[in-house]
Design a binder for this molecule. Structure first.
Ligand code: FDA
Length: 393
């Protein structure tokens, strides 16, 4: 067997590179096989090219998983502060945009360069080979054999770091799940997350205000996010919607509070202070005009406040605080930033990410059923799970 090493890592993305760097620094000989022509492609396009590389407040509560406790150990042992320290040690300038989200001042390329430099540090050896599509993976005795179009490689350990199927245009596939299943590991049904939702039926009316956004509180399945919602030509997007999309399932409603800062009875107060005002004019004070107009129209209150009974205003207020949309779908994996679901955490050690039923196989990053909120959390999981496996290889 040619090319024998301590571990083969499949995928040179965020988690794979972090894992390789950590193992290499522990003296291991590691081979990273990447099917794309270059490493870290998703890092390069992330955060609008500036990479939202972590969230300073990242903790287990910011993640979805069938087992919400699973991520605790890895996240506690490699925190966002640890990653920030690494970023600063490379002199990479950064800033906090909002809600603890940390971005490079310059370019996401700096993060990829940093990870490659970490891989090159030694004393071990990290060999990253791009353009290596995986033809087969076999386990025979103590050795994993990975065949590509270019050769056959053997190692004592195998790390699945090939991510999830979001953005197939970039070559993303469900390869990690197929491989896990080949070794008898369970996979939690994957579905698109951090994804725009689509509207049909009568709600298509809202498509007329495509491009309008407003700060709201969006809720799906009891998960609420106070951020901006954006109306699009297909339905709903913007951070608040992307966040709730991870909790949303087909058929579920999404509830939007359009006026989270207004206290109870604000419409009746508006009527008392100006009985000649209309619902449309009152809403225009708080919301973008086009949104105010469509909401007023849908509520069917067109006359001056003085002519509207308090009861009707209370009902309008109630609807504005809990406006129910019933999306008819999402924009799918084509537009999803991440995947909810993946290799079941029940299969893995939360300390090392090693398979319980297949010692020697590890799974890290987005391939695993741990999914972060929007805002740097997904990279933090990639770093933390990569370090956990890299320490154990
Ligand atoms: P990742 O997808 O990074 O890497 C997997 C690697 O495996 C890829 O290089 C792939 O080519 C390779 N591969 C796949 N199949 C293979 C095979 N069969 N053989 C060999 N190699 C194979 N998150 C965040 O925290 N902050 C942000 O700013 C953003 N922004 C963002 C923007 C966009 C447009 C997207 C799509 C996603 C984000 N994310 C994000 C999410 C983030 O990119 C994602 O969670 C991590 O990249 C996951 O890291 P992984 O290493 O697990 O997978």
């Amino acid at each position: 067997m040619e090319n024998h090493c301590d571990a083969i890592i499949l995928g040179a993305g965020a988690a794979g590179l972090m894992c390789a760097a950590r193992a290499g620094q522990r003296g291991k000989r590691v081979l990273v096989l990447e099917k794309s022509e270059k490493p870290g492609k998703k890092i390069l396009i992330s955060g609008g090219g500036r990479c939202n590389f972590t969230n300073i407040g990242a903790g287990p509560a910011n993640f979805l998983s069938a087992n919400p406790h699973f991520a605790k150990s890895a996240l506690a042992r490699y925190t966002s502060r640890d990653f920030l320290k690494l970023v600063e040690s490379y002199g990479i300038a950064w800033h906090e945009k909002t809600l603890g989200q940390l971005f490079c001042d310059g370019s996401a390329q700096q993060i990829v360069d940093m990870l490659l430099a970490e891989c090159a540090k030694g004393p071990g050896e990290v060999d990253i080979r791009c353009g290596e599509g995986i033809a087969s993976v076999q386990h025979d005795g103590d050795t994993f054999t990975v065949k590509t179009q270019n050769g056959s490689y053997g190692a004592a350990a195998l790390v699945i770091a090939t991510g999830g199927p979001s953005i197939p245009k970039m070559g993303a596939t469900g390869f990690a799940y197929d491989l896990a299943r080949q070794f008898g590991m369970k996979v939690v049904e994957p579905r698109p997350a951090l994804v725009p939702l689509t509207l049909g039926g009568e709600e298509v009316l809202f498509r007329e205000i495509s491009g309008v956004s407003a700060p709201v509180v969006a809720t799906a399945n009891k998960a609420s996010f106070p951020e901006a919602a954006l109306f699009t030509h297909r339905g709903l997007s913007g951070p608040a919607i992307l966040q709730v999309s991870s909790y949303w399932r087909p058929g579920d409603p999404v509830s939007i509070d359009f006026l989270p800062d207004r206290g109870d009875g604000w419409l009746i107060e508006a009527k008392q202070s100006n009985p000649r005002a209309t619902l449309k004019s009152a809403l225009r004070e708080a919301l973008p005009d086009r949104l105010a107009d469509i909401l007023a129209e849908k509520l069917g209150i067109t006359t001056e406040f003085g002519n509207v009974p308090d009861k009707a205003l209370r009902a309008a207020e109630e609807r504005l605080a809990r406006w129910q949309f019933t999306p008819n779908g999402s924009e799918g994996f084509a537009k999803a930033e991440v995947t909810v679901g993946g290799i079941s955490t029940a299969e893995l050690s939360s300390k090392t990410m090693e398979s319980k039923r297949n010692p020697g196989i590890y799974a890290i990053g987005e391939a695993v059923d741990v999914t972060g909120w929007l805002g740097g959390y997904n990279f933090q999981w990639a770093w933390a799970s990569g370090v956990a496996a890299g320490e154990a290889l």
